[in-house]
Design a protein around this ligand. Structure first.
Ligand SMILES: [Zn+2]
Ligand SMILES: [Zn+2]
Length: 72
């Protein structure tokens, strides 16, 4: 669970970022590998986005991605 840095409210994950319903703050989201919890490399090709783990887990299905909020 991700909490807002400013008000400690639970953040809501959207298609493009994290959003705090309490105070309206937005945070960038960082995709993590579900197996090793390290940041994933984002690959964009032909309009598609793929997430690649550089720690031996290869391409990660979008359904398995974990996201954390990153303050900007
Ligand atoms: Zn907030
Ligand atoms: Zn991994």
């Amino acid at each position: 669970m991700q909490l807002c840095e400013k008000c400690q409210h639970t953040l809501t994950l959207t298609d493009s970022d994290f959003y705090c319903e309490q105070c309206g703050a937005h945070y960038a989201r960082q995709a993590l590998c579900p197996d090793c919890h390290q940041p994933l490399q984002v690959l964009t090709a032909c309009g598609a986005t793929d997430y690649f783990c550089q720690h031996g887990h290869g391409l990660i299905s979008k359904k398995r991605l974990e996201f954390i909020a990153v303050s900007q």
